[in-house]
Design a protein around this ligand. Structure first.
Ligand SMILES: *Cc1c(COP(=O)(O)O)cnc(C)c1O
Length: 496
């Protein structure tokens, strides 16, 4: 099976190559030429498997140029017992009849990004040997918090790959900063930017667009790549947990094989929910996918009206990983629902030129066959954290609260009582300050580490080891630079 670009279906590229490249040269995103189809026999075989075995079977359908031994090695290196604090990897927790939480935060940084960023480096490293690429890869990341640490942890000490993370000096939480500056590994660099997230992000984009600099690095033995969610190697691992949750429901006799299940997904860049769309297209009995947004509700409006318009006020919310106005992966969904490559290119060009585009009714109807959308404001988010705690003695983080409340709105508006899986994307300990506030717990003067212990008094899940030990981990990175000097720092680290 080969891959093609959303903007040029005449391209035919191998899985290994698109995982190395990340983005197509025509500016489009890579998508599979054909979505592989599964049948009931395939699902039955998944039922008995571990998370890792389920992942191997699903990945094999897409990674035609990887051997089954290679896939097995990648998966077992990614989802190990010393990285994930439960054998289930992504456990499904029942809140009430027909209501389930899919906990995606049991990995090494307590964020759902681990589900993909533990596997991507393995797939990339295997791809480098398969394509016999001579140069090493340098991964550049600009982060507003969660992605940086998850990427560092995933790429740490992976052969032939180096990673440099830039974060805004005053734009990440204390825990997030501490997670990054204590990162171990011979191939990692962490640098604070004197500026905000946009400065870090535009600095990285500038480097990716600087042909002269890229040539220079190439001659010195390095090619640049990216670890953000436009890389197919980050999307593919996410389809696995849709299948895995479904299997768990069957195994627990909550549903019968073949019954439909709905999923609600707290959405930012549209990567997580798109993986659910692929799972449905493959033949998993998915009913509806509910796209949950916070006050940055550009996607809710899009699914309602067919107009995507990023020209609007940007809100900083308690669910910062969803504070996004351009959801890059939407392009992949639209490639599947549009009438032609030209039509899609027009929309994407309009998005970069004037910040908006409108899809015709026919396309909107196709989207509505699968997707619903709802958004949740800050007061509702806090109230939901409190309500879920009171009803179920279960503590959720603000991103998960947005999704849970959106699921309730969807059910109320439609009367659809299909079993609902809510994707839980962060450990509440990672957002302890806002969670404690929502629970009306006073924490005057307590530092971030004391807050972990305080929250533990209410949360029956233990404080994740990776967060608890931050207090005593030694600081290994104290570099900072101005946004003008980022390329220089890259060269210095690579000794290029
Ligand atoms: C990244 C992230 C999301 C959004 O996922 P997308 O794939 O960008 O839509 C939601 N919640 C948390 C905690 C995240 O880190």
């Amino acid at each position: 099976m080969k891959y093609t670009s959303t903007r040029d279906k005449d391209k035919h590229v191998s899985a290994a190559q698109i995982i190395i490249d990340g983005l197509a040269k025509d500016g489009g995103l890579f998508i599979p030429e054909k979505i592989p189809q599964i049948n009931e026999k395939f699902l039955k075989e998944l039922l008995a498997g571990s998370y890792q075995q389920r992942a191997e079977k699903i990945l094999s359908l897409y990674l035609a140029d990887y051997t089954s031994e290679e896939i097995k090695a990648c998966v077992s290196n990614a989802y190990t017992a010393d990285k994930f604090d439960t054998d289930a990897v992504a456990p499904l927790v029942k809140l009430a009849d027909g209501e389930y939480m899919l906990e995606l935060w049991h990995g090494p940084t307590s964020a759902f990004k681990d589900m993909a960023l533990q596997l991507l480096p393995q797939l990339m490293s295997a791809a480098l040997s398969k394509t016999q690429q001579k140069n090493d890869i340098a991964i550049l990341v600009a982060t507003s918090g969660d992605t940086g640490k998850a990427a560092l942890e995933g790429f740490c000490d992976v052969a032939k790959i180096k990673i440099i993370v830039f974060y805004p000096a005053h734009g990440v939480s204390k825990i997030q900063q501490r997670q990054m500056i204590t990162q171990k590994g011979k191939n990692v660099e962490v640098i604070a930017i004197e500026g905000n997230f946009d400065d870090a992000q535009s600095g990285v984009k500038k480097i990716f667009g600087d042909k002269k600099f890229i040539d220079k690095l190439h001659k010195k033995g390095y090619d640049l790549s990216s670890a953000n969610s436009i890389n197919w190697g980050r999307l593919l691992p996410q389809t696995v947990y849709y299948f895995s949750a479904y299997c768990d429901l069957v195994n627990n006799a909550a549903i019968t094989l073949g019954d439909k299940v709905n999923y609600t997904v707290p959405t930012g860049n549209f990567g997580d929910i798109l993986a659910g769309y692929y799972a449905k297209k493959m033949g998993l009995p998915v009913g509806r996918l509910i796209c949950a947004s916070n006050a940055n509700n550009v996607l809710t409006d899009f699914f309602k009206t067919g107009t995507y318009d990023k020209n609007r006020e940007f809100f900083k919310t308690s669910s910062p990983s969803m504070d996004i106005l351009i959801s890059s992966n939407l392009e992949r969904l639209l490639a599947d629902c549009s009438n032609s490559d030209e039509e899609l290119s027009q929309w994407m060009n309009a998005l970069s030129a004037k910040g908006s585009y409108t899809v015709p009714n026919k396309v909107l109807e196709r989207l509505h066959e699968t997707f619903s959308a709802a958004w949740v404001n800050e007061a509702e988010t806090a109230q939901t954290i409190k309500d879920v705690y009171k009803s179920y003695n279960y503590v959720i983080d603000p991103h998960t609260a947005v999704a849970y409340h959106a699921a309730q709105k969807y059910k109320k508006n439609t009367g659809d009582n299909t079993p609902m899986v809510v994707l839980s994307t962060a450990s509440p300990y990672k957002f302890n300050e806002n969670v404690l506030k929502a629970l009306d717990i006073k924490a005057k003067g307590a530092d971030e580490f004391a807050l972990l212990d305080l929250l533990h008094q209410y949360n029956k899940n233990p404080v994740p080891q990776n967060l608890a030990k931050l207090k005593t981990d030694s600081v290994l990175h104290d570099k900072s630079c101005s946004k003008e000097n980022m390329a220089e720092e890259v060269e210095k680290f690579l000794k290029a």
